[in-house]
Design a protein around this ligand. Structure first.
Ligand code: 3BY
Ligand code: FES
Ligand code: FE
Length: 411
């Protein structure tokens, strides 16, 4: 039996209420399959438009084997380009971010416009066709301050994401923000373990003392069930919706992305140790009050987010290896907020810096145990880990669909 059929058989036979077989978290061939079928095909959040505010600004990102550069051109348009020179393939932009009027390959100085067009290539002969040697484009979409790319030759339809997510994010005016702080950590565990951990708060009380001061442990907040029936949450929705903020729980039919606005504990305003706001200048004047809790948005496989009244925290997940995952966190504040005047950086970043490090340790210990030959899939808590089951189900359905070419029935 070939490898793909073997994977399909394992997925079909899995116990739905249990974690996955060891190989899904450790095996290099399964990791390659994840890259090929998910990371190289689906839409991925990679950064914010506020990170490239001016013409010539760019940042780079690495998705598996693909180096990509994101630029802003002189007309203000954002482009995603394969960061591999069309001469002999060298990486053109070598820095994480920068500003440049043109993209110049460091090897033999082929020079590209910000939209990827080849402008200049020295001594290539009379019949050389510059127009056939531009940097290859990568599909790119922006919604409400978020940039998504797809490496697929024929990208999946982005409209469902745009349609559901835009109205939730738009009032927060994330286009007019700046990154007050950014952290990148590398977790020694498969990317799916990072997600499984994120999708439950069963671990919160014993692992996240700082976060638990403001974030509710209830599965109705983190998971995908029970929010409607929770009176505190529905009262919060009514209050926020009445002031024009879309808030109710919504999830895509495939389970790939969801939005919902959740109240914080005792009406805290922000993720600080006291619960008070961390930034005096609010994100948006269109949001009249501060007690709006946190707007939660996830999009598998690359991002989860918290948008508050005073700042937003965005998370980007990228796979680095079968047992290695990069998590980049950005704290966005209003572009005119001044450090030391409107906010104190330590106060702004403390809770999630600690929480991220705690989650990193959790994921790494989880990976350690799963590596043991004695590991076997264990049961999820029906009460607390519905969100984890939902993630694993999305993964399983998506992979089955990819491996068979047949869309799994929606539940
Ligand atoms: O970041 C999150 O949304 C999740 C929710 C609960 C725990 N974890 C930190
Ligand atoms: Fe880029 Fe030669 S490889 S100019
Ligand atoms: Fe956690």
């Amino acid at each position: 039996m070939d490898f793909r059929s073997e994977v399909l058989r394992t997925l079909r036979n899995r116990r739905e209420t249990h974690s996955l077989e060891q190989a899904f978290y450790t095996d290099p061939d399964l990791y390659k399959l994840d890259l090929q079928e998910i990371w190289y095909k689906d839409w991925l959040f990679i950064g914010h438009d506020c990170e490239i505010p001016k013409a010539g600004n760019y940042f780079t990102v690495q998705i598996g084997d693909y180096p990509v550069v994101i630029t802003r051109d002189r007309q203000g348009a954002i482009h995603a380009l394969h960061n591999a020179c069309r001469h002999r393939g060298s990486r053109v932009c070598t820095q994480a971010k920068g500003a440049s009027a043109r993209l110049v390959c460091p090897y033999h100085n082929w020079t590209y416009e910000l939209d990827g067009k080849l402008m200049f290539a020295r001594q290539m002969g009379e019949d050389f066709d510059k127009s056939a040697h531009g940097l290859k484009p990568v599909a790119c979409e922006t919604i409400a301050g978020y940039i998504f790319i797809s490496l697929a030759a024929e990208p999946l339809d982005f409209a469902p994401v745009r349609d559901m997510v835009t109205s939730y994010l738009a009032p927060h005016n994330l286009k007019d923000t700046k990154v007050a702080f950014e952290s990148t950590i590398v977790e020694k565990g498969n990317w799916k373990l990072v997600w499984e951990n994120n999708r439950e708060c069963y671990h919160c009380a014993s692992n996240h003392p700082e976060l638990c001061r403001t974030y509710p442990e209830a599965p109705s907040a983190t998971g995908v069930q029970g929010a409607k029936d929770d009176p505190v949450i529905s009262e919060h929705w009514s209050r926020c919706e009445a002031s024009g903020l879309p808030s109710e729980f919504r999830i895509d039919a495939t389970g790939q992305f969801r939005v919902a606005r959740m109240p914080l504990i005792q009406d805290a305003e922000s993720y600080t140790m006291s619960g008070a706001r961390a930034v005096k200048r609010r994100l948006s004047d269109a949001v009249p009050q501060s007690h709006i809790g946190t707007l939660l948005m996830f999009h598998y496989p690359s991002t989860w987010n918290h948008v508050l009244a005073d700042h937003a925290i965005t998370f980007r997940v990228l796979p680095l290896g079968p047992e290695l995952t990069q998590v980049t966190t950005k704290w966005l504040v209003h572009k005119d907020a001044v450090e030391g005047v409107d906010y104190n950086l330590e106060e702004l970043t403390h809770v999630w810096t600690e929480t991220n490090d705690q989650d990193r340790q959790i994921v790494e210990e989880n990976a350690f145990g799963i590596r043991s030959p004695a590991y076997e899939p264990g049961p999820y808590s029906p009460e607390h880990e519905g969100g984890v089951m939902q993630f694993v189900e999305w993964y399983t359905n998506f992979m089955q669909e990819r491996l068979t070419g047949v869309r799994a029935p929606l539940v």
